[in-house]
Design a protein around this ligand. Sequence first.
Ligand code: SAM
Length: 238
Amino acid sequence: MDYDKDQATAEFTRWSESYDRGILQWLIFGPSHRAIIKRIVANSQSRRLDILDVGCGTGIFTERIRTALPEARVWGVDLVSAMLEQGATRWRRQAGKVQPVQGDSERLPFADASFDVVTCANSFHHYPNQQRAVCEMRRVLRPGGRLILEDGYRDSLWGWFIFDVCVATVEGAVHHASRRRFRDLFTHAGFESIVQKAHHRPAPFILNEGVAPATSPALHGPHFAPAAVDEDALDPAA
Ligand SMILES: C[S@@+](CC[C@H](N)C(=O)[O-])C[C@H]1O[C@@H](n2cnc3c(N)ncnc32)[C@H](O)[C@@H]1O
């Protein structure tokens, strides 16, 4: 059975209490956060950025972004209220600088062209309609804005074992996209200047980046009227 949002909600409601203390913080979450922040800083040109982090969980990453870019305004969106509630102390500490919002990656509760950067870390494999989520990320980016999307890298033997065998045994039928699939998702959503980089230690993850074009015809396409979405047209795998 395909992993769905009810399963995601149940999984992260259960996991929320211990989430900040697990070994995955060291093995994959921390290293991936550092790699994403490096890319944001490298492209910031010292501008004050508006940044959205999709699947923000308890806010560890949004806090790291703010520490690295003290001028940035940061929003975090997450499906699961228990994860957001678990980060209550952190959100209070960041009040006025970071704004948590409950919402779904496939229907982001933000207007078109709201952000300079959208990030997504360790969350994407939980999204049932990944193409729609990438299109939403593109929709909320300003022209020239950048999506930095990271997830477990399953293309090597070690990655396949960790993500398609071990993680899938624990989490169920989540979907870690291949390098090629990420590129297709980005291309189909209209991203340009796509760059992909795999990191191999301690656990493999892949960083996918794309730039929203200066003119955005896709913003007015059928993808972005939620009532009129044609799922088959959005998903090249369908
Ligand atoms: C493994 S945690 C990653 C948290 C954080 N990004 C990090 O790197 O520490 C995955 C998060 O994705 C969230 N999530 C799962 N499905 C989602 C969806 N459809 N929309 C938004 N968030 C979702 C979960 O609630 C969870 O907080």
